[in-house]
Unconditional design. Structure first.
Length: 182
């Protein structure tokens, strides 16, 4: 019997979501697919919400953050790098949405209605901004404020606006408003 890990459970949940095209996958379905008991899942996740949060984080880290491959040393200033990173982040979200709207919706609908879970999912992005901007904020306050400013480019509720012709112009308008405060 192969070892069951949190990652294996998450991968199985993602697989079942993809196969069923539904986020209402049950813990029993996941356990059955893994060949374990429903109760065995609770050794890895305290409840279903904990599992779905992990699934959302995994998708976000792979499909969004994992697609941003920029290096601060390639830019003249941290401000220029932050601009490029935020633009890459916005476009990674847009690309994930445009390439597979159904999976995008399935992977984001859970966090849409849970602000604390959304914050947990976004924490890796906050950490990334905090690190390369050398803020050293213990709770990532400035990074969160920056990313929040660009919410129309990263929150799923705005996804239908991401293909408007003035997409980049709108992004640059917001950037121009905040860049002096960076």
């Amino acid at each position: 019997m192969k070892k069951i890990t949190q990652q294996k459970i998450i991968e199985t949940a993602v697989l079942l979501i993809g196969q069923t095209q539904n986020t209402e996958v049950t813990l029993s379905q996941i356990a059955d697919k893994l060949g374990i008991t429903h109760a065995a899942l609770y050794k890895h996740f305290k409840n279903k919400q904990d599992l779905w949060e992990a699934v959302a984080k995994c998708w976000f880290n792979n499909q969004i953050l994992g697609k941003i491959n920029l290096k601060p040393e390639d830019y003249a200033s941290l401000s220029e790098f932050l601009h490029a990173w935020l633009w890459a982040f916005a476009n990674a979200k847009k690309k994930a949405y445009n390439e597979d709207q159904r999976m995008f919706d399935l992977n984001t609908q859970y966090v849409d209605n849970h602000p604390f879970i959304l914050r947990n999912v976004l924490t890796e992005a906050y950490k990334t901004i905090d690190q390369f901007m050398n803020y050293h904020d213990p709770n990532y306050e400035r990074a969160e404020a920056i990313l929040s400013t660009f919410s129309v480019f990263n929150l799923p509720m705005f996804s239908q606006t991401w293909d408007l012709p003035n997409y980049q112009e709108r992004f640059e308008t917001i950037w121009d408003l905040i860049k002096s405060g960076i």
